[in-house]
Design a protein around this ligand. Structure first.
Ligand code: AMP
Ligand code: ZN
Length: 112
């Protein structure tokens, strides 16, 4: 999607602080971290949010979870939170599927 921020980051047109990259997805540090460790994992193809995951594109979503597990292990994280906001009321500000990975501080439940 030409005017999508995360599509531009995935294409390398906007720089990011990369944590991990492969053919299907990219992980990079959040520009406004909410925890000592806070990175995002996105598919390189445009999917608007979890609400747009279907049988046809679910493979990349599944792949992203294997990447989250691998990167978290590589970073030595033994406790972390994975969050995906869907829609405005839930706090989604970038309409391209992304999973927040947060770690390094105590977390509260339920989230605000
Ligand atoms: P959400 O609000 O759940 O849609 O998450 C979007 C996240 O993207 C926010 O945590 C922002 O801080 C982050 N963000 C926005 N622009 C950038 C950028 N250029 N590089 C890295 N993270 C960004
Ligand atoms: Zn996009």
């Amino acid at each position: 999607m030409s005017d999508c921020l995360f599509c531009k980051i995935a294409a390398g047109d906007i720089p990011s602080s990369k944590v991990y990259e492969d053919g299907q997805c990219l992980a990079f540090h959040d520009i406004d971290p909410q925890a000592p460790t806070h990175f995002l994992v996105i598919p390189k193809t445009h999917i608007g949010s979890v609400a747009e995951v279907t049988e046809d594109n679910a493979a990349v979503a599944a792949h992203i979870f294997t990447v989250i597990a691998k990167v978290a292990k590589d970073l030595g994280l033994d406790s972390y939170r994975v969050v995906s906001n869907i829609g405005e009321q839930a706090g989604q500000s970038v309409p391209h599927l992304h999973f927040h990975v947060l770690a390094g501080r105590d977390m509260t439940w339920p989230p605000g």
